[in-house]
Design a protein around this ligand. Structure first.
Ligand SMILES: [Zn+2]
Length: 152
């Protein structure tokens, strides 16, 4: 990370955030660590902060609101997101650590549940996925039970 920080002006020069298209500047750049390698994020710190705030909640809402078997199965193909990813969607690579505004930040997504409950939800979703993807079951009622159980 030190090498990146020492050359940060050159690293961010001419870059734009791939979500909001703002110029990446010394005030809004984000570094992130993925598989032990630090690199410049393609997103600015406003967009990364927004992602952390919304990505996990959106995943659960998308499961709740999936209006066809195909879209539900697509969601269940991904692991339950606990960390921000490098693509900002559920199929990206997990980010291990974040750095912006001169500080290291947690890559944990924001949920309306305590973190202890997140692991339970992750486990239940794993079980659901196995059941739904492996056999002919009434997946709508399974999903409904899951949503009701955690009050999503
Ligand atoms: Zn942005």
């Amino acid at each position: 990370m030190d090498i990146l920080l020492n050359n940060i002006d050159a690293t961010i020069s001419g870059k734009n955030c791939q979500i909001c298209y703002e110029d990446v500047t010394i005030d809004n750049y984000v570094l992130w660590c993925i598989s032990d390698t630090w690199k410049l994020s393609e997103f600015c710190c406003d967009c990364v902060t927004q992602m952390i705030e919304t990505m996990g909640k959106k995943y659960l809402q998308d499961i709740k609101n999936a209006d066809c078997e195909k879209s539900l199965f697509r969601l269940l193909e991904a692991d339950f997101p606990i960390y921000i990813t490098d693509t900002g969607n559920i199929f990206g690579n997990k980010v291990d650590s974040l750095y912006f505004n001169n500080k290291v930040h947690s890559p944990l997504l924001t949920y309306d549940f305590p973190s202890s409950e997140l692991l339970i939800i992750q486990h239940e979703l794993d079980l659901l996925r196995k059941k739904i993807l492996s056999s002919e079951v009434d997946y709508l009622s399974l999903i409904k039970d899951f949503i009701n159980k955690f009050n999503i």
